[in-house]
Design a protein around this ligand. Structure first.
Ligand SMILES: *Cc1c(COP(=O)(O)O)cnc(C)c1O
Length: 462
């Protein structure tokens, strides 16, 4: 017992020191790769070291070598952080070290996946019959979903893609918007469909797929077809009009996938969920829990309206033993076999927050985003998007000026925002996706942004 006690107590101590320190450190990493390499690298010695000593060295390196994404003032990319109960539960998952791929290896992991799946389907308003695969993240959720799609549309024309591959198969028409996340193109590459096969549907000023354009493009196609829509643009937060896209996909006999990596959680809010209208008509949905649901990495979810196609795409066919659904082997719905019990932190988060807590967390992030938008606009800067979710795009003048402001903000360290290109303009992106962000964090960050803008010579327009 004692050898557990020493390392787990040390880890708990270091973790708490790290987390309690988040508020008074720069958000950016202050160590360079060179100093980290110097401190941690070198040849692997023959003699081992003391485990608590190894932990201490890592904890020391983490102080300056990490980015404070766990704090309340990291607004780069769309990453989320991790709720305290989720982090703590993740420790338990590691302590138990369950293999969640196979039911007999962990009845607990298998049952919790079923519980969590039912909750999520309920939150989004999807039928209980949908299947779910718990994967490493949004990219793999899209991968898993589109593998099910590929299976389904080719099986419909009598082609066994898992057995016979894509060489010589009937072609698949794939439609994605010009604003689709690159993980969709990456998926098409990995699946042998080819990224260039995707036909790019034009988008509107907010980055939403234009339904009229999709309709025209679909009209001159026939045969196997996949349409991939998006709920939550990584720049603007905007949602494709899923309901109208579903009309077209249905009429065409196409599979409709929705990449809802962070946007799916808008379903928790009555004020936001209309943006997902029609989501229940999708054939598959890819989402992330490690972003806006605020569980630790790695956790994405592939949801599928066609469990047989989902399973067929991920499993070598074997006589299917129909057991109780509680005894389902989870690996039959994911690319991996052995894996950690990813549903457990999701369970803890949903159970702790309840529907109202989840709604509150999602709405709070959106309120913070609106406050950023208002504050920057009031100072005369150009907010480029309609702030409909948790994303804000702002330009501080010319591309050069905006880049200088972003650098100044990162250097200052009060908060962290990154740059992006939006419809030909260089912009700064603010993504509010952490449970930890408070009103005070927003005001402090806004102040730092405006000060950095002044330092960098960006003149507000008012
Ligand atoms: C983040 C994101 C992905 C990829 O998810 P990962 O968890 O990083 O693999 C895919 N699509 C969208 C819209 C995203 O925001």
């Amino acid at each position: 017992m004692t050898h557990w006690n020493a390392v787990l107590s040390a880890a708990s101590e270091y973790a708490q020191q790290y987390l309690e320190h988040l508020d008074d450190r720069p958000v950016r990493a202050t160590a360079t790769s060179e100093t980290l390499m110097r401190d941690l690298g070198g040849a692997l010695g023959d003699a081992g070291g003391d485990p608590t000593g190894v932990l201490r060295a890592l904890a020391d390196a983490a102080r300056e070598g990490t980015v404070a994404t766990q704090g309340g003032r990291y607004f780069g990319f769309v990453v989320g952080s991790s709720l305290p109960v989720a982090t703590a539960t993740d420790w338990l998952v590691s302590a138990w070290d369950q293999n969640a791929g196979i039911h007999v290896l962990s009845p607990l992991a298998a049952v919790l996946e079923q519980v969590v799946t039912a909750w999520i389907l309920g939150l989004v308003g999807l039928p209980k019959t949908w299947s779910a695969g718990y994967v490493t993240g949004g990219m793999m959720a899209n991968f898993t979903s589109l593998a099910a799609a590929r299976h389904h549309v080719l099986a419909a024309v009598g082609w066994d893609v898992e057995g016979d591959g894509l060489i010589g198969s009937p072609p698949i028409d794939v439609f994605v918007s010009e604003e689709a996340h690159y993980s969709i193109a990456n998926t098409l590459r990995m699946q042998g469909i080819g990224a260039n096969r995707a036909r790019r549907v034009p988008t509107d000023a907010q980055g939403r797929m234009r339904v009229d354009a999709l309709e025209t493009m679909l009209a001159d196609t026939s045969g196997p077809c996949i349409v991939s829509a998006q709920a939550g643009n990584v720049n603007t937060g905007a949602f494709d009009p899923i309901d109208r896209i579903a009309d077209l996909a249905r009429a065409r006999g196409a599979w409709l996938h929705v990449d809802a990596a962070f946007g799916l959680w808008a379903a928790a809010s009555p004020a936001l969920r209309h943006q997902l209208d029609g989501i229940e008509r999708a054939d598959s949905i890819g989402t992330d829990a490690h972003k806006w649901l605020n569980v630790p990495y790695d956790c994405g979810i592939a949801l599928c309206a066609h469990p047989d196609s989902h399973r067929a795409a991920m499993t070598i066919p074997a006589p299917y033993i129909v057991r109780s659904p509680l005894e389902r082997d989870a690996h039959e719905f994911t690319p991996e076999e052995s894996r950690r019990a990813r549903a457990v932190p999701i369970y803890a988060v949903l159970k702790t927050l309840g529907r109202s807590g989840l709604r509150e967390m999602i709405e709070r992030c959106c309120r913070h985003a609106r406050r950023f938008g208002e504050g920057l606009r009031a100072a005369g800067y150009d907010v480029l998007n309609d702030v409909v979710l948790n994303q804000v795009l702002v330009a501080f003048g010319s591309a050069e000026t905006t880049k200088r402001v972003i650098e100044a903000i990162q250097r200052d360290g009060t908060c962290w925002c990154g740059g992006t290109e939006w419809q030909g303009k260089t912009a700064m992106r603010i993504s509010v996706s952490s449970w930890a962000t408070t009103d005070e964090d927003v005001e402090r960050s806004l102040k730092a942004m405006l000060a950095a803008a002044r330092t960098a010579g960006a003149a507000g327009q008012t």
